[in-house]
Design a protein around this ligand. Structure first.
Ligand SMILES: *Cc1c(COP(=O)(O)O)cnc(C)c1O
Length: 357
């Protein structure tokens, strides 16, 4: 078997969920499990949070079906609502909490024929300008849906654009827009993603929506997950599958971009960009072998990458190589590669087996 596995620490996941709840004491939390639970495996993550989670949030009906197959009755929030008229029937059968993010969805919901009325979340565009209605559009929608037979209850939802920058002026503006609808008799309100759970307590409202923090990565560029009280959940671990001596002046890898400046010992690692490791990782990016950081040597290939083992003479073929995890933080790798932990975690490809602990 190819030595590459994404090990998922379910105890760390539960710790992080409970930490999110503790940050917003007394509030409920939709655990966000869209995109295959940020790459961690939705069915397993949902099962592991059974008994602690108040609900789950997903991006589409297909994801909701997976959650519902694990949990016959828990609340599942469809974050973008239905994409087409045919979906309302199935969303109702699955008993989903439904976002209504625009006037067209409001009309489609009113005209749908569904077996059970929905718990509806009217989405306010409080300033991100991606989804949601203006305050006046939302008031009109409220009037149309209030007491409508397809609607069991009306709730309010919105989403921050810059909560990862706690001092950004848009945060206060978005919160003010959200609070500006306080006069409408919503059953519940929800505004906070992970960054807001951790830094904007006024945004906690009734239901928080933690995503990235559940998986032990930080939503902030300048604050580490550990400093936020989070534990890493995924470790991506490969192995050294070959080692060779490379003389001065010889190159390593595609494009011959890395050239030995000293007699070098080069290790080949069983992970490449087709597994989700970023191809554009700059040279100098490290992996961890025997607890020690060693740098990449040359370009990342599809199935393999090379590392410079010259300063780790004890390294042997078969040694475990942590691409990210407890020692090499996914956030640090992401920062080096000009991206965010979210992208690396969600891009671990299906050929990487997930192993649950
Ligand atoms: C993805 C998402 C979240 C979770 O965001 P994190 O930054 O991962 O905590 C919350 N709300 C909505 C609407 C989302 O799309």
């Amino acid at each position: 078997m190819r030595p590459l596995v994404a090990t998922i620490d379910l105890a760390a996941l539960r710790h992080n969920y409970l930490h999110a709840k503790a940050c917003a004491a007394g509030r409920k939390a939709f655990a966000v499990v869209k995109a295959n639970a940020y790459g961690h495996g939705a069915a397993q993550v949902v099962a592991a949070l059974s008994g602690v989670a108040d609900g789950f949030a997903v991006a589409c009906l297909e994801e909701a079906e997976i959650v519902r197959s694990v949990h016959p009755s828990i609340r599942i929030l469809l974050l973008e609502g239905c994409f087409e008229a045919e979906e309302y029937q199935q969303a109702s059968v699955l008993n989903l909490d439904l976002v209504v993010q625009g006037e067209a969805q409001c009309a489609a919901l009113r005209h749908a024929v569904v077996p059970n009325p929905f718990s509806v979340w009217l989405k306010l565009d409080s300033g991100m300008h991606r989804l949601g209605m203006s305050a006046s559009g939302l008031r009109d929608c409220f009037t149309l849906l209030h007491h409508h037979p397809n609607v069991a209850e009306l709730n309010l939802i919105s989403h921050f654009a810059c909560a990862d920058e706690p001092d950004h002026p848009l945060n206060a503006q978005q919160l003010a827009a959200f609070v500006g609808l306080e006069d409408l008799p919503f059953v519940a309100r929800s505004l906070a993603n992970s960054a807001a759970v951790l830094s904007i307590s006024a945004a906690h409202q009734d239901w928080i929506r933690p995503g990235i923090m559940l998986y032990g990565a930080s939503p902030f560029a300048e604050r580490s997950a550990a400093a936020l009280g989070l534990q890493p959940v995924m470790s991506l671990t490969a192995a050294l599958i070959a080692i060779r001596e490379v003389p001065v002046g010889e190159s390593v890898g595609y494009g011959a971009t890395w050239v030995a400046q000293r007699p070098s010992r080069i290790g080949t690692v069983s992970c490449g960009y087709a597994d989700g490791y970023p191809r554009h990782a700059p040279s100098g990016t490290s992996v961890v072998i025997r607890g020690q950081h060693v740098p990449l040597a040359g370009r990342v290939s599809m199935d393999m990458l090379a590392v410079d083992l010259t300063d780790l003479p004890e390294a042997k073929v078969g040694d475990a190589v942590e691409l990210w995890g407890r020692h090499m933080l996914v956030d640090d790798l992401a920062q080096r590669c000009g991206t965010i932990g979210y992208e690396l975690l969600t891009k671990v490809t299906p050929r990487v087996p997930r192993q649950y602990r």
